[in-house]
Design a protein around this ligand. Sequence first.
Ligand SMILES: [Zn+2]
Length: 259
Amino acid sequence: MQARAVLASVLAVALVLSGCAQPHRTIAPVGAPPPESTAPPTPKPHPSVTKPAKPPLRPLPAKLPAGLGRNTGVRPVALTFDDGPSPAWTPKVLDQLKAAKVTATFCVVGREVQRHPELVRRIVREGHQLCNHSWRHDLDLARRPVAEIRADLDRTNKAIQKASPGAKVPFYRQPGGRWTSEVLGVAKNLGMRPLHWSVDPQDWDKPTAATIGKRVHAATRPGAIVLLHDGGGNRAATLAACPKMIADLKRRFGITRLH
Ligand SMILES: [Zn+2]
């Protein structure tokens, strides 16, 4: 008796299953809405099985693309400070620029903008330029899918606007200077010009202040764009190099705001 009952339920289950296996359209009533609106949701296959592999990074071009901003177009040179804003260093850089009566361009990282919006407001209030330097300083950003690049730059601009409504962000600088034509296109679409540089004292590599000063002095030509850092690490040497360096550049070329 027991066995009969079991057999009956097995048969019942089998019948139900075979019914479920029927293609949905054969049981949908005539004139019903399209199957996708009446069909039960398709079960999602396991994510680890179907998740598409991350698209491979596109290769970097063999040489820098054309059209990068690498000089001021006039004799005076421009100072650019990257990877901030940083509560430890940016205010001190701003104090020095104010004392020297010059302005600079701050290439800000979106994540830091979100953390320190008051520093963005001070940068703008004191007459400096802003440059988008991506959300999290992803060195590979320019090699990623265009939609991803666009979302990153857009997110950074939105953080800047939230910190300082109406602030202009005329420039984009690719982290590491690893440009591709794709990132150039996205920056252009978002109304930003690519800002590269012509003098890099490699202050991120922790040389002494004297070395930073010497490198900038030796490499700077009329119209140079000088790359320095006010964020992303300990910038004591950069800060210590600034007074002499700024005075030297001012005397030899003049220092201009980027336009
Ligand atoms: Zn940087």
